[in-house]
Design a protein around this ligand. Structure first.
Ligand code: NA7
Length: 520
C-alpha cells in the first residue's frame, strides 16, 4: 500500500507495533511456523523483478524465510523510511468539517491525514483463555502469536500445549522433537491434510517463474486465490470407487486442494461426509493407538468449516512415547497451578505452557482501536451487531477509511497475498480517481452497504461454514456476535464485482467536494 501511494505521489506514513516488518510472520515465530499456501503463490506479484529474483527454497516457506522475504521487500522498495516501528495506533478520529482523520499513537503523537487505511490483519489480536492461576505459574509460558525472538529451549522439559488449530498442529510436531514430554491439551480435533513439504526443486521454481504472469492471473480468478480448481462434480453423485480415487489423488497432492476435490464439499453435508470419512480412515491408519486415533478424529463439524490445518507428520507425532494427547472436552482444564495445570480429573506437572489458542479474528484487531467516524460514532458501536461494510473495504459513516482484507471480503477464505494486492490496487485506483476529480471524501451509501451485508450473508449461508463454532463465526471469543463475515463467493467473483463497481464510476459510493457539495 505504501509503495502504491508513493507511486501516486502522495505522502504516507505507516505505523507498526512490531520492531520490524512482516506482520503475521513477525509475531508468529513459534517452532514449526510455516505458511500453508505454497510459496510461489503466497508471494507478491506487483513487481516482476521481485518475483524473478527471490528464490524460495521449500514448497511451503517456513516463518524465517517469509520474514526474510518481508524484509527484502521492505529494503528493495525502500519502505522503511516511511514506517514508524514500535508504535501502536490508539485512535483514529474523523473530522467532518475539514474531512480529515486524526490518528493518535501510543507515543503521544497526533497525525492528520486525508485517508486512513487499515492494514491490521485478520489474525493479529491473540486470544488467551482466562484460566485462573496463570499469574502464579512458576514456569515459562508463551502464546504462539506472540512468540519471543530468542530461542525457546524445550530440551529436558515437560511442556503442555493448549490448542490444536494450525498453530497447535505445527508447533506440536516441532516441540515433540525436543521436549522431554509434550502434553497436547485438545478441546476440539481439527482436520489436517498432509503438506508433503520439502525442498522446492530449482526446476519447479524455474517452471513457475517462466510462466508467472499466467500463474498469477489464474490465482487472481481462482476460488481461494490459489490456482487450482475442483473437477466441477458433486461428491454425492460419484461412485465410491471414483471418490476414493479422487480423494487419494487430492491427498497425494496435499494442502488445501483437498477440499476442492469435489465442487460441493463446502456446501453439501452429505458430500462433505464422504471426504471427512476418508480423512478419518487416514488418521486411523497413521495413529497406532486406536483410542488416540478416535480422539483425533473430528466429530463436531464438517471438514473445512474450521480452517483446515496442513501438516507434515502431525498424526504420526502421537505415536511417539514422549507425546500424550489429553481430552479436555471430556475433562476441562480447571486451573493453572504453580507447577502445571489441573483438569477436572487429573493434575499435570509442567515446566512450560504453550498457548496455541488463536485470535480474536477478522474484526478483533481493528476494534481494539478507538475509531470514530462522522458525528463521533464509534466503529465498535456501529459493528456491535456484527461488521457492516460495502465490499469489505469501506463502511458508512467513516469516510476515507479503507480496510484491507476487511470483513465482507474473501479475506481469511483466500490466499492473503492475492487478496491484499487486490485491495491495495482497488484503494489506489479509488484514491487516484478522487484526486483526478478533486473529491475530498468518499463513503458508501447505506443502500449499497445494506445490499452487500445481505449478499455476504446469503452467499455465506449457501455454505456449511455458518454451522460450525470457529473463529470464522466468532464463537471462539466470549461475548462476540456469532456471524460468518467473510465473502464466500470466491476470490475471482469478488474481484469482478469490485472491478465492475469501479468501472461503473464507483457505484454505491458517494463522493463529496471540499466545500461539502456531493457528487454521486
Ligand atoms: P485457532 O485455529 O483458532 O485454534 C485455536 C485452538 O485453541 C483450537 O484448537 C481451540 O479449540 C483451542 N482453544 C482456544 N481457547 C481454548 C481454551 N480456552 N481451552 C482449550 N482450548 C482452547 O488458532 P491458530 O492460531 O491455531 O490458527 C489461527 C490461524 O492462523 C489459522 O487458521 C491460519 O489461518 C493461521 P476449539 O476449537 O475452540 O475448541
Amino acid at each position: 500500500m505504501l509503495h502504491r501511494l508513493r507511486g501516486l505521489g502522495l505522502s504516507a506514513r505507516v505505523f507498526e507495533r512490531g520492531e520490524g516488518v512482516g506482520g503475521t510472520w513477525y509475531w508468529n515465530r513459534y517452532p514449526g511456523a510455516r505458511c500453508d499456501t505454497e510459496s510461489v503463490t503466497y508471494s507478491y506479484s506487483f513487481s516482476e523483478a521481485l518475483e524473478q529474483e527471490w528464490v524460495w527454497t521449500e514448497r511451503y516457506a517456513p516463518q524465517p524465510e517469509l520474514l526474510a522475504y518481508a524484509n527484502h521487500v521492505a529494503d528493495r522498495f525502500e519502505l522503511r523510511r516511511d514506517i514508524q516501528f514500535q508504535t501502536a495506533v490508539t485512535s483514529a478520529i474523523y473530522d467532518d468539517v475539514v474531512r480529515k482523520w486524526t490518528i493518535s499513537t501510543d507515543r503521544g503523537e497526533k497525525i492528520n491525514a486525508r485517508f486512513c487505511i487499515s492494514a491490521v490483519g485478520c489474525l493479529s489480536a491473540a486470544a488467551l483463555p482466562d484460566y485462573p492461576g496463570l499469574d502464579d505459574f512458576a514456569g515459562e509460558w508463551y502464546h504462539t502469536g506472540h512468540w519471543p525472538h530468542e530461542r525457546v529451549d524445550f530440551r529436558g522439559k515437560r511442556i503442555g500445549i493448549i490448542g490444536t488449530g494450525s498453530s497447535g498442529v505445527q508447533s506440536t510436531i516441532a516441540i515433540a522433537d525436543e521436549a522431554a514430554h509434550l502434553y497436547v491439551f485438545q478441546r476440539t480435533p481439527n482436520y489436517s491434510i498432509p503438506a508433503w513439504n520439502g525442498p522446492l526443486a530449482p526446476d519447479a521454481l524455474h517452471a513457475v517463474k517462466a510462466n508467472y504472469r499466467q500463474w498469477r492471473e489464474a490465482a487472481r480468478y481462482a476460488q481461494i486465490g490459489i490456482p487450482f480448481s475442483s473437477n466441477g462434480k458433486s461428491a454425492k453423485v460419484a461412485s465410491p470407487d471414483e471418490r476414493e480415487r479422487e480423494y487419494e489423488a487430492a491427498w497425494a497432492e496435499g494442502g488445501f486442494n483437498f477440499v476442492m476435490a469435489y465442487s460441493d464439499l463446502l456446501t453439501d453435508l452429505e458430500s462433505n461426509r464422504t471426504a471427512a470419512d476418508f480423512v478419518a480412515r487416514k488418521i486411523r491408519e497413521k495413529v497406532k493407538d486406536p483410542g488416540v486415533a478416535e480422539l483425533l478424529i473430528p466429530n463436531d463439524h464438517p471438514l473445512g468449516t474450521k480452517r483446515l490445518c496442513v501438516d507434515t507428520g502431525y498424526y504420526e507425532t502421537f505415536n511417539r512415547a514422549n507425546v500424550t494427547l489429553v481430552d479436555i472436552r471430556r475433562a476441562p482444564i480447571e486451573t493453572i497451578t504453580p507447577h502445571g495445570l489441573r483438569t477436572t480429573t487429573e493434575s499435570y506437572d509442567l515446566d512450560m505452557l504453550v498457548f496455541a489458542t488463536g485470535f480474536d479474528a477478522i474484526t478483533g484487531p481493528l476494534l481494539k482501536i478507538d475509531i470514530r467516524g462522522k458525528g463521533g460514532e464509534l466503529l465498535q458501536d456501529k459493528w456491535a451487531g456484527g461488521p457492516r461494510t460495502y465490499l469489505g473495504l469501506t463502511t458508512v459513516g467513516f469516510p476515507n477509511f479503507f480496510t484491507i482484507t476487511g470483513p465482507g471480503s474473501p479475506c481469511v477464505l483466500s490466499n492473503m497475498l492475492v487478496s491484499i494486492e487486490q485491495h491495495v490496487d482497488w484503494i489506489t485506483a479509488c484514491v487516484e480517481h478522487m484526486r483526478n476529480a478533486h473529491f475530498a471524501s468518499v463513503e458508501p451509501t447505506l443502500e449499497a452497504e445494506n445490499d452487500w451485508v445481505k449478499t455476504v450473508h446469503d452467499i455465506g449461508h449457501t455454505t456449511l461454514y455458518p454451522l460450525t463454532n470457529s473463529w470464522y463465526t466468532g464463537t471462539n471469543i466470549q461475548g462476540k456476535v456469532r456471524m460468518f463475515t467473510p465473502y464466500a463467493g470466491g476470490v475471482g467473483t469478488y474481484r469482478r464485482v469490485c472491478d465492475a463497481v469501479a468501472a461503473d464510476g464507483y457505484e454505491g459510493f458517494e463522493f463529496t467536494y471540499a466545500d461539502g457539495s456531493a457528487s454521486i
